[in-house]
Design a protein around this ligand. Structure first.
Ligand SMILES: [Zn+2]
Length: 118
């Protein structure tokens, strides 16, 4: 494939992706949360890790809470940076009922133990 420049929607990094399937890439720019990561190790954390967790969790939230399964609804999320720890992700859904929130939390717990619903 032709390499593409990829800017994830989960941080400010930029990576030249050589192959998505094998997560091969070359670092172009590193954000403050990902200092020290280069090339394939950078892809592993940003693409296989954070970006996939975010996408899978959004999918699971929409399955668990059908009213959110609408392309016009955007679910805001934020990553928290803790030095020396994997970044944790939170989805901001203040309009959920407590049952919906519990269903969404159960659904994302299968994806990542570091993901929460706010
Ligand atoms: Zn980054």
């Amino acid at each position: 494939m032709t390499p593409v420049n990829w800017k994830p929607d989960t941080c400010e990094c930029e990576i030249e992706v050589i192959d998505w399937d094998t997560a091969q890439g070359r670092t172009i720019k590193t954000c403050s949360a990902h200092q020290g990561l280069i090339d394939d190790a950078h892809m592993a954390v940003v693409y296989l890790g954070e970006n996939k967790v975010k996408n899978l969790a959004l999918e699971q939230i929409k399955k668990a809470v059908p009213k959110l399964d609408d392309p016009s609804i955007e679910i805001p999320y934020v990553f928290e940076d803790t030095v020396g720890k994997a970044r944790s992700i939170s989805f901001e859904l203040p309009t959920l009922t407590s049952k919906e929130k519990a269903d969404a939390e159960t659904a994302i717990a299968t994806i990542s133990s570091d993901a929460t619903i706010l």
